[in-house]
Design a protein around this ligand. Sequence first.
Ligand SMILES: Cc1ncc(COP(=O)(O)O)c(C=O)c1O
Length: 470
Amino acid sequence: MNEADPQDFTSHRRQPAKKIMTKPKDGVPEVEAGVRSEPATNRISVDPDSLPTIPAAMEYDYTNFYFGAGTDAFALLEPFDDWWGQVHPAGYYLYELPLRSAPSTRVDVEDTKTGEIRRGLVNFASYNYLGLSYRPEVKEAIKEAADIYGGGSSGSPILSGTTHLHEQFSAEVAAFKGKEAALIFPTGYSANVGTIAGLMRSGDLIVADQYAHASIVDGMILSKAKSRFFRHNRADDLDRKLKGFDGKKLVIVEGVYSMDGDVTALADIVAVCRARGARIMIDEAHSAFVYGATGKGVVEDIGLDDEVDIHLGTFSKSLGGQGGYTAGSLKLINYLRGFSRSRFFSCALSPVVVAGLRKALEIASNEPELRTKLWKNVAYMQKLLGDAEVPIGDSTSQVIPIMVRDDARVLAMGEELFREGVYINPVIYPAVGKHKSRFRMSISAAHTSEELEEGAAAIVRVLQRFGICP
Ligand SMILES: Cc1ncc(COP(=O)(O)O)c(C=O)c1O
């Protein structure tokens, strides 16, 4: 096909992707999941001729290949393949680059474009917020469990897949979170899907923050309940969305928002939920084990732990492993045990993984200095980026977005950063709203000051080159 002609990608019928959207009410414009409403800030004008040439194919994204093109179920494969063939070498290749080392603060990464292995890159891409995934004690626990249990659990948790380790771990998670009980899921994704769809039914109402993670959105879809979104962190808009609905209501927020790094406005949201008779669920994927005096999460930090009905999170971020959990009252957990299909129709977590998680949880409990170090690192990175006027949105956490707001540019910058010794992920539509592309930076307690300085200096250099900061 003609490489210069983007129309070739759309020989099929173009239609917008289907979104969870609801009708306007009370004069309040409806919001779409994941889309920010504020205007762009911190833009520096830049001479367009100085920017790298961007292929026309970059004007298209995944949503252009979602609907249309006739009656064959495979009809979209070819136009998608043509498009992919152009955008992959032009920047999309930065995704799924194979790591050749542990997700430590420095990583070795395979450059699939050149075939080289780039060694010792400063890593801001992994979620390993406390640096636990590769701790020697964790690795030792994993090896010991492998000797006893082998590789996998070989069964659903309700059939043969539950080991003694699983039972102990779910009790330890409940104790750590200060709840009566906890249920372990194979991933954080399945914890959200299984909890939301396990509890809510057709005819009920679920209202989530507009920045809710895809796993929350998918749980809402699967539940068949009426799904709505309130403006990010706006309790007044949540109130409007709940008003007048008489049935069962569930409100869902995140502790720290995964792409923006800001914290939930929990106090106001809880007040609205209580006034409107709605149950509230918090996804602490990015805040459990790092926020709060004992690491329980944002709920503990804000002092509203007991006001929240459902506490959910993952083990893939701060604990550096894999899996998800829901914690709460024993009756809630018993009910979800019976109705969370994503848990009991799926193989239980490998006992090897559970053994590593138990050790990681023990370390997170016994070494509060890890959290202190993390917050020191976050403050230092905020200063380094702040001094250089890098646009980081409203982040106050270890998740720091670097706003670029242009898909093609963020990919071109990602490539330069990769070559300058920094591993950081570009995030583009549809993972974030249109024109909200960014880098998503994760800070770890394990980063040294030198690594933070080296990484920040490279980031600032590249941002300046592309006119994103002065
Ligand atoms: C807020 C939130 N919830 C859930 C998940 C899914 O967790 P997992 O990767 O453990 O499936 C993520 C993952 O990034 C997330 O950011």
